[in-house]
Design a protein around this ligand. Structure first.
Ligand SMILES: *Cc1c(COP(=O)(O)O)cnc(C)c1O
Length: 357
């Protein structure tokens, strides 16, 4: 059997949720969209169901997967519905729904649900992606509040630059949100992971952590709070071939690496078809039998190569960690010009093995 696998540590997930809860002050909506950032949505939701106050997903397909698996907790559709006919399913499966556009309000007005919808009305406080403009928000709220189809309303917004701790934009977004929503007496929902970890002044009724639950930091460099998180996913594989090469020999496609000394090169059974980035620089961090090592050469579809020259005890069958408890995914991301979000979500083909210690 191919040695590639992703270990998913559910106790680390719960630990990170507890950190989020502590920072949040209020309720926590655990974001498990995109298959729980590659970790497996159903397993992660089951692991958190006893602790969290609800789940956030991107679309009704993801919500129904959780409901079909028996998850009874509240589930919020973070982008609301894409088509009005989803409202029947939202009603039937008791889902909560973000409203970000006037057409969605029209659709709710035309709907005849059995029970009133819970609506999270989204303000565009400066990200300029989803949400109502500040000048339209109060009128939209009044319309929704007057509708028998609508029950509870939560005021929400989303930060664009909370991962930049020295940038004033988060404060500006917060000010606008407070200005627009201040006297509405609505429950509020603001923080994603970087806001929770880095902007305590954004504490509110409902936080929406995603990335931090999986133990990755949204920040570049060390951060005292983010450093308390425990990595949930460890991606590893084994060495399936070893080459002894003279100095000056190329390795792999395009000769992206040429040995500078007599070298031992190990071939690892994991490649870009598994979600590892294809174009990482030579020297990207790996851990070989638990010791720090270097990736060398271009990543192939099913394999990649590492330098074993300074790892004399390593060889066929040695375990290589690509990211996880030793190689932190955000450090690898910084090394290859991407983000921890992208690396985690990209994982595929590799079987997930769940640990729940
Ligand atoms: C994805 C998402 C989150 C979670 O963001 P993280 O940075 O992963 O914590 C929160 N809110 C909304 C609206 C989202 O789309």
């Amino acid at each position: 059997m191919r040695p590639a696998r992703a270990l998913i540590d559910l106790s680390a997930l719960r630990h990170n949720h507890r950190v989020a809860r502590e920072l949040a002050g209020g309720k926590v909506l655990a974001v498990v969209k995109a298959n729980a950032y590659g970790h497996g949505a159903v397993r992660c939701a089951r692991a958190l169901e006893g602790e969290t106050d609800g789940f956030g997903v991107a679309c009704i397909e993801e919500a129904l997967e959780l409901r079909e698996a028996g998850i009874r907790a509240p589930i919020l559709l973070l982008e609301g519905f894409f088509e009005a006919d989803e409202l029947a399913l939202i009603d039937a499966h008791d889902l909560w729904c973000v409203v970000h556009s006037p057409w969605q309000i029209d659709a709710i007005e035309r709907a005849r649900p059995e029970k009133p919808f819970t609506v999270w009305l989204k303000l565009d406080s400066g990200m300029h992606r989803l949400g109502l403009a500040a000048e339209d928000y109060r009128a939209a709220l009044q319309r929704l509040r007057a509708m028998p189809q609508v029950g509870e309303v939560v005021a929400m917004t989303h930060f664009a630059r909370a991962d930049e701790l020295d940038c004033d934009r988060t404060r500006q977004q917060l000010d606008l949100f407070n200005q627009v929503c201040a006297d509405t007496s609505l429950p509020t929902s603001l923080g994603n992971s970087p806001a929770l970890l880095g902007w305590p002044q954004t504490q509110n009724d409902w936080s929406r952590p995603g990335l931090m639950l999986y133990g990755a930091s949204p920040f570049v460099g060390a951060h005292s709070v983010a450093d308390r998180l425990r990595p949930v996913m460890t991606v590893e594989s084994g060495i399936i071939s070893v080459r002894d090469l003279a100095a000056g020999e190329p390795v792999g496609y395009g000769a992206r690496f040429v040995t500078r000394r007599p070298s031992r090169i190990g071939v690892v059974a994991l490649g870009y078809a598994d979600g590892y980035p294809q174009f990482v620089p030579n020297g990207a961090p790996v851990a070989i039998d638990g010791r720090p090592g270097d990736l060398v050469g271009r990543v192939s579809m099913d394999m990649l190569t590492v330098d074993l020259t300074d790892h004399p005890a390593a060889g066929l069958g040695s375990r290589v960690e690509l990211w996880g408890t030793q190689v932190r995914v955000h450090d690898l991301a910084a090394h290859c010009g991407t983000s921890a979000y992208q690396l985690l979500c990209a994982l595929k083909r590799v079987p997930r093995v769940y640990i729940d210690a």
